[in-house]
Ligand binder design. Sequence first.
Ligand SMILES: Cc1cc2nc3c(=O)[nH]c(=O)nc-3n(C[C@H](O)[C@H](O)[C@H](O)COP(=O)(O)OP(=O)(O)OC[C@H]3O[C@@H](n4cnc5c(N)ncnc54)[C@H](O)[C@@H]3O)c2cc1C
Length: 487
Amino acid sequence: MADTVSVVIVGAGFAGLAMANELLRAGISDFVILEKADRAGGVWRENTYPGAACDVPSPYYSFSYAPKPDWTRRYAGQAQIESYLIDIASDLGERIRYGLEVTDAWFEESDGLWNVRTADGGAIRARIFVPATGQLSRPAMPDIEGRERFEGASFHSAQWRHDCDLRGRRVAVIGAGASAIQFVPRIQPQVAQLTLFQRSAPYILPKPDGEYRSIHHRAFRRLPLLQKLERGLWWTLGEVWTLGITGNRRISAAVEAAARWQLRRQVGSAALRHKLTPDYPIGCKRVLFANDYYPTLTRPNVEVVTERITEITTGGVRTADGVEHAVDVIIYGTGFATQEFLGPMTVRGRAGRELRAVWADGAHAHLGMTVPGFPNMFLMYGPNTNLGTGSIIYMLERQARYIRQAVEVSARNPGGLMEIREEVEQRYDEEIQRRLAGSAWAGCVSWYRSASGRISSNWPGSVSEYSRRTATLSLADFHTTAVPLLD
Ligand SMILES: Cc1cc2nc3c(=O)[nH]c(=O)nc-3n(C[C@H](O)[C@H](O)[C@H](O)COP(=O)(O)OP(=O)(O)OC[C@H]3O[C@@H](n4cnc5c(N)ncnc54)[C@H](O)[C@@H]3O)c2cc1C
C-alpha cells in the first residue's frame, strides 16, 4: 500500500516551496514535495541563458519572510536566484523527494484520497493534492516548416546549449520577448552576425538596475526596514502600473511615453526605430526592462528582420520576401506552452473526469486554485493568477495562505472533502473574463491568450485585491462532505 500523507505538493519551484514554508510556519509537517528534477529551483534551474535575470527587483521578487540582504544586484541573476531557492529547499530536508516525475493523479471516491503516481512506478496517497508545476516550465517551439531540416545547432533559450560555441558564428534568434532581450546583448559581441527575427516589437522601459555593494548589504542587515521599504516601493509601482493596464489612460500614456523616449534616445536610425516600434496598445504584452537591448540592435553585426518566417532550410531561415538568411546556429526565444496548465500530467477528479477535458476550452479555477469536480485539489500559479506587472511570488504566498487554511480544515475533519461549488466558480470566472475583456490584454495576440482568444493566464486586478479575496477561505464557497474514515 502506498504511503499516505496529508498533503502532496508537485514541484519545488517558488510555488511548491511557498506552500511548504507556509505549512511549516503553521506547524504542519505531514507533507511531501515531489520534484522531477534533481534539485529545487523551477524556471531558475532551467533558464541558464546568458543574462538570465528577474525583471522584478529582487527585494520584491523573493519571499516576504525570507529577505536576502546580500543580493548582488537589484535585478538578481539566475544563478543567485537559483541558489536562494536551493537554500530554502535545503531547510525542508527529506520532505522534498527529487527525481520523481508525477505522471498522473486521480481522486479515489471510495476513500476520498488523491493517488499520485510517479514515472518510476511509485505511488503516494494524500488528502490534499497541490500541483505547483508552473506556467512557464514547458518551452514552446514554433510551428515553422522545416525546423528538423536545419543542419546547424539549434536550441530553445530555456535549454541553452552551453557546449555550443557561438564565437564567430552566424546566429539567428527567433523571437524578441523577455528572454531574447536579456541574452541578445550578451551574445552579440561574440558572434560574427546576429539576425533577430521579430514578429512583434516589445515595449521596453529603462531598467533601474544597479549593484548592491557591501555598504548596501550591511545596511540591509542592520536595518531590515530599508529593504522592506524598497520592496514596498516596487510593490506600489506594480500596483500603479496595474491601473494603467486595466484602464487608466493617464498611467498607460505616461508609461508609453517613457518607452518611446528610450527608443528615440537609443536608436538613431529611423528605419530601425520603425521596426522596433510596437503596433499594439501598451500593456497588452509584458512591458520589458532593458538598457542594453536597443543599443545592441544598432551594432553593425546585427540585423532585425520583421518579415514573416516561411520555413527553416538546411542552412538558414527563409522569410516571406524569399530571402534565405544563412546561419550556423538558431536560438529559439519563443517562450513557453502557457496554456497547457499541468501538462503533460494527467489529472482525474470525480467519476474519472480528466482535467484536460474540463479545460478543453481554456483553463479556469476559482481564485486560480480550485475546480469543481476535483475535491481537495488546490492549484498554485493556476489559471488567471499570472501578472502583467509585479511579483508572482506575492501571489504564490497568498495562494499558500489560502491552501494552508484548507489543510487546517481537513486536519480538523479527517476524511472531509472540500469541493468548490460550481456556481461559485462559474460566477467568479464570468467576472474575471468580463474584466479581462476590458483590459489592455484583450488588445493583441500574446502568450496570455489561448487560440480561442480566452485569456486564461492573467489576473485582472491589483495584487492587493487578490490578497484581500484570498485572505480567508470561505467554507460557504465549498460543498463539504465526509467520506468513510480510513482505518
Ligand atoms: C526566464 C524567466 C524569468 C522570469 N522572471 C520573472 C520575474 O522577474 N518576476 C516574476 O514575477 N516572474 C518571473 N517569471 C515567472 C516565473 O515562472 C514565476 O515567477 C515563478 O518562478 C513560478 O514558480 P513555480 O514554482 O510556479 O513554477 P516553476 O518555477 O516552473 O517550478 C515548477 C516546478 O515543478 C516541477 N515539475 C513540473 N512538472 C512536474 C511533474 N509532473 N512532476 C514533478 N515535478 C514537476 C518542475 O521541475 C519545477 O521545478 C519568470 C519566468 C521565466 C521563465
